[in-house]
Design a protein around this ligand. Structure first.
Ligand SMILES: *Cc1c(COP(=O)(O)O)cnc(C)c1O
Length: 376
């Protein structure tokens, strides 16, 4: 069997490990940027009542029309822009790659933004993003046979290295550029003027990934249409509906019409359509929760700052990146886990993340437990 696997499975797929999600049963879960708050009982009852009439025997509405209308209203989506739904924004990232990829023109499995990049490959061969960043841009690009161009952020504050980024764009001519705004796993929000320079220099699409929009006041949504190559991607995951798997892409209709062609016909199931429509009609409840997370983020940042050996980075997301003393990340991670707290250990994930841990903002009592454990 091994021989056949080696012959059939592409080497770059064989070299991967399947996406690993750590077991969290019984632990305080501060690892995955989830909203820790639940709904009031009365709202749950009302939600379950709406599910009673969902036709499980029928295929879903193929474009999720009712959900689209509710989303447009709830999220202030410009009426002249197109809207496309994905099974999480991960699926949208996949659809974008499938739309533009030109497999076979890949020059290597991992392309670094350095000299020696062949300029001969066509536009659809490459994805560019800034690292440390969201790993799915690279992973999904690889699945689709695209090369990944990685441009490092600045070491001190994770801001954009604009000259290096513009240079990499000019040399590698990427079809897709992803800018997470705010960025994961660093939590900072990039300079908007730098982003505009990138949009204007890009030969292809620039996707501003606003997964953390509930936790910041800044957005590119209002700028859609100013450039023909700008798209905005969002998700309901981080605002409190991670279990539903729903992402959305907004941009010029001509682009979204093309990307829609690679969408699987019924990608948003009936329960997600009904539940998300219901939840977005009660968005005030979610807004209250995400507001509480923002307040709690400030408290947690304060508490982390007070622990002398830790260096927390300012965040406009629902998590905080923390640099710990030299060589202590693995120990601290294990110590917290032994005390029942699961966070994300980023030590080893990227050279700029040495000695770094990422902590999702939890309930006040969960954050207090974390601080107690760190002090111990
Ligand atoms: C979490 C996250 C996503 C993925 O969101 P889903 O809709 O849950 O797939 C996308 N982009 C960034 C930057 C994220 O951190």
């Amino acid at each position: 069997m091994k021989e056949l696997i080696d012959r059939l499975v592409r080497p770059e797929i064989r070299a991967l490990n399947a996406y690993h999600v750590p077991e969290a049963a019984g632990l305080i879960k501060l690892d995955a940027m989830e909203n820790p708050y639940v709904w009031p009982e009365s709202l749950k009852t009302e939600w379950l009542d709406t599910l009673r009439d969902v036709a499980l025997n029928r295929y879903p509405d193929p474009t999720g029309r009712a959900l689209q209308e509710t989303l447009r209203e709830a999220m202030d989506i410009p009426s002249d822009m197109g809207l496309l739904l994905g099974n999480g924004s991960d699926e949208l990232i996949q659809m974008l790659a499938l739309t533009v990829a030109q497999p076979g023109h890949s020059t290597s499995t991992s392309l670094r933004a350095g000299p020696g990049v062949s300029p001969a490959a066509p536009l659809g061969a490459r994805i560019l993003s800034l690292d440390p960043g969201f790993v799915m841009y690279r992973m999904i690009g690889l699945f689709a046979g695209m090369d990944y161009v990685s441009v490092p952020l600045q070491a001190d504050d994770f801001s954009i290295d604009l000259p290096a980024t513009l240079d990499a764009i000019a040399r590698t001519q990427p079809a897709l550029i992803y800018l997470a705004y705010p960025n994961n796993p660093t939590g900072n929000r990039f300079d908007a003027d730098d982003m505009v320079r990138i949009i204007e220099a890009a030969p292809g699409l620039v996707i501003v990934d606003e997964a953390y929009s509930p936790f910041t006041d800044s957005s590119f949504m209002g700028l859609l249409g100013d450039w023909p190559n700008l798209l905005v991607m969002r998700t309901v995951s981080k605002m409190g509906l991670a279990g539903l798997r729903l992402g959305y892409l907004v941009g010029p209709p001509a682009w979204l019409n093309e990307i829609d062609k690679v969408r699987l016909p019924y990608n948003i199931n009936v329960l997600t359509q009904a539940s998300a429509t219901f939840a977005l009609k009660h968005k005030a409840v979610l807004d209250e929760q995400t507001h509480a997370i923002r307040v709690e983020r400030a408290h947690l940042f304060e508490s982390l700052t007070r622990i002398e050996t830790l260096h927390p980075y300012p965040s406009e997301a629902n998590f905080i990146l923390v640099r710990v003393p030299d060589g202590q990340a693995n120990n601290l991670f294990a110590h917290l886990k032994a005390r029942g707290i699961l966070i994300k250990n980023l030590h080893g994930a990227h050279p700029l993340l040495q000695d770094c841990l990422r902590i999702t903002v939890g309930l006040p009592k969960e954050n207090a437990a974390l601080i107690d454990a760190l002090n111990a």
